[in-house]
Design a protein around this ligand. Structure first.
Ligand code: FMN
Length: 404
């Protein structure tokens, strides 16, 4: 199951050199369980064959307003009604102008006029065309209609020019689609999330750390953004890219993470501590690489700050403190340990993660199975789900706490 399972997406392709790229988008949407129907303009058919799009989408491709196969149907009305979302990608300057001025001179533009659902537009064109005042004015007009414009990327174009105008990457389009379907229940929230491991060096090439990959924290950041929150992510070293629209602050050590969390706290309404912070650091880090054979065989350590505990303590002293959500990764007695941490660290909610289970849960996995315990004594066992879906379940619980 994916968050997009069974969603009906109408994909409008227009006459841009980037048309070939959305063939992969169709495959990605279908992998997530979407039903995809493709509409192509006459110009689009010169760039990529409708046969390719029919084979990839598993559905007939619509290219003309006046359907010869089924003259009794009114395709622009039925297609507009039968879909949950219209995605126009790549959107040419010509099609954007049509949309802005309400023209209905081809099937795609007419469907857009007849649609009452969400419309996402992914412009793709030469950067001079994109920056032209006419195109920018047209984009402003379609935004005023409530269409969501996904900014193109900057970079080298097929024509050799460089600048803004490249079709956005699939991940950005995917996040925008998910946002269109997500409840906007965090729209008033300023969310601060920590993610990933910390690294505690004992010389320039060696450190203490843990296997956290940051996937759960990044999924929380992406989904909070989808639900309308303003999100700051404080991340230890991971191989992940910050989700679109999320401000990311990179740190390495627990002490750096603590400093950044405290600096961001003032402007925050919800704190989620999903990072796996090292409990200890080497007492005497060495400025130069310790040569083989020269190291002592035991490593003196000092305790790192317990950031969550410190936040919980501050929360006791302040009536207007952000909601505080913690994680407990436990390999035994996970529920007892979780309940103890909830109390001891003065949390509003704890996400308890049994890392002693199978490979499907915990560090590095794409899925998770967690139990949520809240300050009111409620317990929710969340089944095995993708980390993205698990993150939405956590936000559902947070939204219930906000509602009181
Ligand atoms: C090789 C080639 C590449 C083109 N690439 C683009 C493009 O990336 N973006 C764009 O707006 N127009 C591009 N055009 C121009 C459009 O195809 C043209 O404006 C067409 O009328 C768009 O029609 P449509 O919006 O109905 O699909 C290109 C034209 C050619 C010949």
């Amino acid at each position: 199951m994916s968050l997009l399972t069974d969603k009906k997406i109408l994909l409008g392709i227009t006459g841009s050199i980037a048309a070939y790229k959305v063939a992969d988008w169709v495959r990605a949407l279908r992998r997530e369980g979407c039903q995809v129907t493709v509409v192509m303009t006459e110009a689009a058919c010169r760039f990529i064959s409708p046969l390719t799009m029919a084979a990839l989408s598993g559905n007939p491709v619509h290219t003309g307003m006046f359907s010869a196969e089924a003259p009794e149907t009114i395709p622009h009305i039925s297609l507009a009604k039968e879909h949950d979302l219209l995605l126009i990608a790549p959107a040419s300057a010509q099609t954007i102008a049509r949309l802005a001025h309400g023209l209905a001179d081809n099937l795609l533009a007419t469907i857009a006029l007849a649609s009452s659902g969400p419309i996402l537009v992914c412009p793709a064109m030469n950067s001079v065309m994109f920056q032209h005042p006419a195109t920018q004015a047209n984009l402003a007009i379609i935004r005023s209609y409530g269409y969501q414009v996904i900014e193109p990327d900057c970079g080298k174009m097929a024509c050799g020019d460089e600048g803004p105008g490249r079709l956005t990457e699939w991940e950005n389009a995917r996040q925008a689609i998910l946002t269109a379907f997500a409840p906007q229940d965090l729209a008033d929230e300023q969310v601060l999330i920590t993610a990933g491991p910390t690294r505690e060096s004992f010389d320039p090439v060696r450190f203490l750390s843990n296997p956290s990959t940051g996937k759960m924290g990044y999924a929380l950041a992406a989904t909070a953004r989808q639900r309308g929150a303003t999100v700051t992510l404080i991340s230890g070293p991971t191989g992940l890219t910050a989700p679109p629209g999320v401000r990311c602050i990179h740190v390495t050590t627990a002490v750096e993470m603590q400093a950044q969390v405290m600096a961001c706290l003032e402007a925050t309404t919800i704190v989620v501590k999903a990072a796996a912070v090292s409990d200890y650091r080497p007492a005497e880090p060495q400025p130069h690489k310790v040569k083989k054979g020269e190291a002592a065989l035991s490593l003196p350590l000092v305790a790192n700050p317990d950031i969550l505990k410190e936040l919980g303590k501050r929360k006791r002293d302040s009536a207007k403190f952000p909601l505080l959500i913690g994680f407990a990764a436990e390999s035994r007695d996970h529920l007892t340990e979780g309940a103890r941490k909830l109390q001891e660290k003065n949390l509003d909610l704890i996400v308890v993660n049994d890392i002693g289970g199978t490979e499907e849960t915990g560090f590095g996995a794409d899925t998770n199975r967690v139990t949520l315990l809240d300050r009111n004594g409620a317990q929710e066992d969340v089944p095995l789900l993708s980390k993205e879906e698990t993150a939405h379940r956590i936000w559902d619980a947070v939204a219930r706490l906000i509602d009181g």
